[in-house]
Design a protein around this ligand. Structure first.
Ligand SMILES: Cc1cc2nc3c(=O)[nH]c(=O)nc-3n(C[C@H](O)[C@H](O)[C@H](O)COP(=O)(O)OP(=O)(O)OC[C@H]3O[C@@H](n4cnc5c(N)ncnc54)[C@H](O)[C@@H]3O)c2cc1C
Length: 237
């Protein structure tokens, strides 16, 4: 376990409602595995608040750690949204076992919206380390504008034979000429895009209700629970 004081070094607007926050690593021996999470304490001006977040950064990205959050109307979100580079925070971590498997090389990543964060961390790691995983990702969003890391996901799937990313738009604002999938991620879509699903280890991440819904679809296909890893973002809904 490590912990240290640091400051915001960069704020990146990922979508109209999602921002990434980066923090320089200000201690020795700071290690984590992609897919894990860490705790952050911020000062609201009226006391402190702590939340935990998946790393959206990968350990291959040196010098900083990053998390990515949907900005809501909560006090925590609103304080974060106003934070500028230089704002002091405290971080500690890492925790969690939503990490890359040593046993399975065929994986399926399912998520929607903000649930992308630990999956982005793992994808970045796999690509940077040129690891021989075969990954099919299905990523659901309401609109094209709300797809976080869109350009990066495009570049990653183009550059790495073992990675395919399919965007699924639920609408209502589906652009004319959209060639991708529409609706919600369901078992038929999983079976179509990953026909070898029985051989895959599934990673499902995001708000609890979404994780449950996606898990049900995968279970209906006959995939055993032992082949489903879940990361529930408690605090949403
Ligand atoms: C393992 C893990 C990884 C996560 N990763 C991400 C991520 O990458 N990006 C992201 O945006 N969010 C992530 N979350 C959720 C995050 O911790 C916040 O709970 C969420 O962002 C909601 O915060 P808020 O500011 O919108 O609302 P808030 O008003 O701060 O929270 C909404 C309600 O949930 C309660 N709550 C908040 N956090 C928790 C908690 N951790 N456990 C129990 N109750 C809680 C609050 O008391 C409040 O009642 C993760 C959660 C977990 C458990």
């Amino acid at each position: 376990m490590w912990e240290f004081d640091t400051e915001v070094s960069e704020v990146i607007q990922r979508t109209p409602s999602v921002k990434s926050f980066r923090f320089p690593i200000r201690a020795k021996g700071v290690r984590y595995r992609s897919g894990q999470f860490f705790y952050i304490t911020i000062n609201t001006g009226n006391g402190t608040l702590e939340h935990h977040f998946s790393f959206s950064s990968s350990p291959t990205e040196k010098g900083h750690i990053e998390f990515t959050k949907r900005i809501t109307s909560s006090k925590f979100s609103q304080t974060l949204a106003k934070m500028q580079p230089g704002a002091r925070v405290h971080v500690k971590g890492p925790e969690g076992d939503f990490t890359l498997s040593r046993k399975f090389s065929q994986l399926a990543f399912l998520s929607g919206g903000i649930g992308i964060t630990p999956l982005r961390s793992m994808l970045r790691y796999v690509v940077d380390k040129k690891l021989p995983y075969d990954i099919v990702m299905l990523y659901g969003n309401s609109s094209v504008e709300e797809i976080a890391f869109r350009e990066e996901l495009k570049a990653v799937s183009a550059a790495h034979n073992g990675v395919s990313v399919e965007h699924v738009l639920s609408g209502p604002n589906i652009p004319e000429g959209w060639k991708g999938k529409t609706g919600l991620i369901n078992k038929d879509l999983v079976a179509e895009l990953a026909p070898d699903y029985m051989k895959r280890l599934f990673y499902i991440s995001g708000p609890p209700r979404m994780v449950l819904a996606l898990e049900e679809q995968v279970v209906q296909l006959g995939v055993p629970e032992t082949q489903i890893k879940k990361d529930k973002f408690i605090g949403y809904e």
